[in-house]
Design a protein. Structure first.
Ligand code: AHR
Length: 494
């Protein structure tokens, strides 16, 4: 018989908001993430809106992308915004030194990115250059984007086609200052953050969340020093954690893996829980009122690049395993939503754990995309604590709870309960006790596949796609659910 597990959803103890920014995306000038993936130019034969792929816009709007981080990543600390404005053909052509050494013609610059964000209905999270530009460059960029005045920079923006100022709700003070952003010590980075943040000035009544460059995974000392020395200079601080099944030298394949690699990957992704606890604990010391948000502004799987793809483009397939990674992380975010108020999966299109993959005029939605679709009712809803008592799933020396869950009361009052079974072989019988939740009907959708690496290709784009789920019954405030092996289920209680 399938093992039995219990989830208790505490509708009677509502928690913090599940900030919609937790579904944020990341679009870096890397590989075909921007060029080809988002932007094809207005003269392309690929259907587009002012140069942006129509299929990609439509797909991203359907999952309500709330925020996009741009232009990097490592690219941000070598980016000079002035090179990306003015007539497109006249912009300087640079070498993208971080990503493949290919040329970058700056066709997508500030106007194109901000226009794109508006098309998507998403907030802009712009990362400034601390590593290789003076504070003046950052200050002028912010003024160029946001100033409502008749200043020379505001007039230049208007001359380039945009009279009204844009909103820049989030602005990054550099990226990975401990690495590609300048190889700084935390003490030096804290001083630089204070200095640069001083010159990021929002016009009156236009809030900008200044985001400090955060720690690499478990580098707790980074958060400690940043919070202690510079905590009053920012209102958000990042943390980056990638799920790498193997080592950085040999990460492992995106598909064609065995069960040991499945278990290892999922066990490694659960480290996010410990990281959020650890960084939050430090932040609590310096900021007990939780004024500063912890933002997981880069997360996701990182595998060996697809055979035959350009080295440095970080192009990888995306399978059912990635879908499970996504749901486990979204459940973790729900448990830390009081402090963790934003996240940006790396990345949006064609790079790392992407939402979408494109090839010429074709596009596929990945299993990860479908998880974001399943969870979209969480956006800005209220977290209902979900206490899980589950058996363990074990393989090859790796172990994690077989069942993961989270729950949110959506802004429309519908209660969404997410359930994931990480066991690739065994179904689970889950009893979900609903406390303080009135509702008479349950409907659901499930994402699963026949193999652990089930994935969508350009020739077979609908192999992994949610379908209606009928394995849940609701009676007397209790849900009885038969959760198939390797599946992600979202139940809606009305
Ligand atoms: O997402 C790819 C890269 O990973 C980013 O540019 C960098 O910030 C991180 O190391």
């Amino acid at each position: 018989a399938a093992p039995s597990d219990i989830v208790s959803v505490r509708g009677d103890r509502p928690g913090p908001k599940f900030d919609k920014r937790l579904f944020g995306q990341f679009a870096e000038h890397l590989g075909t993430g921007i060029y080809g993936g988002i932007w094809v130019g207005p003269n392309s034969k690929i259907p587009n809106v002012r140069g942006y792929r129509s299929d990609v816009i439509e797909a991203l709007k359907a999952i309500k992308v709330p925020v996009v981080r741009w232009p990097g990543g490592c690219f941000a600390d070598e980016y000079h915004w002035r090179e990306g404005i003015g007539p497109r053909g006249k912009r300087p052509v640079k070498v993208n030194t971080n990503w493949g050494g290919v040329t970058e013609d700056n066709a997508v610059g500030t106007h194109e990115f901000m226009d794109y964000s508006e098309l998507l209905g998403a907030e802009a999270y712009v990362s400034g250059n601390v590593g290789s530009a003076p504070p003046r460059e950052m200050a002028e960029w912010v003024e160029y984007m946001t100033s409502p005045t008749g200043s020379t920079l505001a007039k230049e923006r208007a001359a380039n086609g945009r009279k009204e100022p844009w909103k820049v709700p989030m602005f990054g003070i550099g990226n990975e200052l401990w690495g590609c952003g300048g190889n700084m010590t935390p003490e030096y980075a804290a001083d630089e953050t204070r200095r640069y943040a001083t010159f990021v000035k929002a016009p009156d009544g236009v809030p900008i969340m200044k985001v400090a460059s955060g720690a690499n995974a478990e580098d707790y000392n980074w958060t400690e020093v940043m919070m202690q020395k510079a905590g009053n200079a920012f209102s958000g601080i990042g943390v980056h954690y990638y799920t790498v099944p193997g080592s950085w030298e040999k990460k492992g394949a995106a598909t064609g893996f065995d069960e040991e690699a499945w278990a290892r990957t999922l066990a490694k992704t659960m480290k996010m829980e410990e990281l959020l606890q650890g960084h939050s604990r430090i932040m609590d010391k310096y900021d007990p009122k939780k004024r500063v948000a912890l933002l997981v502004d880069e997360w996701g799987t990182w595998y060996d690049q697809e055979p035959g793809s350009h080295p440095g483009f970080l192009y990888q397939q995306n399978s059912l395993r990635d879908a499970v990674v996504a749901s486990l992380n979204l459940d973790i975010f729900a448990r830390h939503a009081d402090r963790v108020r934003g996240a940006n999966i790396a990345q949006m299109v064609n790079v790392l754990q992407a939402m979408l993959l494109t090839d010429g005029n074709r596009m596929v939605k990945t299993p990860t995309y479908w998880v974001f679709d399943l969870y979209k009712g969480y956006q800005d809803g209220t977290v209902l604590p979900a206490e899980v008592s589950s058996h363990w799933y074990k393989n090859g020396g790796h172990e994690l709870r077989a069942v993961s869950s989270s729950a949110v009361r959506g802004t429309d009052g519908v209660v969404h309960v997410a359930l994931t079974n990480v066991d690739p072989n065994q179904p689970a019988n889950v009893t979900v006790q609903l406390a303080g939740i009135a509702g008479g009907t349950v409907t659901g959708r499930i994402l699963t596949g026949t193999t652990m690496d089930a994935h969508n290709t350009f020739d077979a784009p609908d192999v992994v796609k949610p379908v209606a789920f009928t394995g849940a019954t609701l009676s007397g405030g209790t849900l009885s659910v038969t959760l198939p092996a390797k599946s992600v289920v979202m139940l809606d209680i009305r």
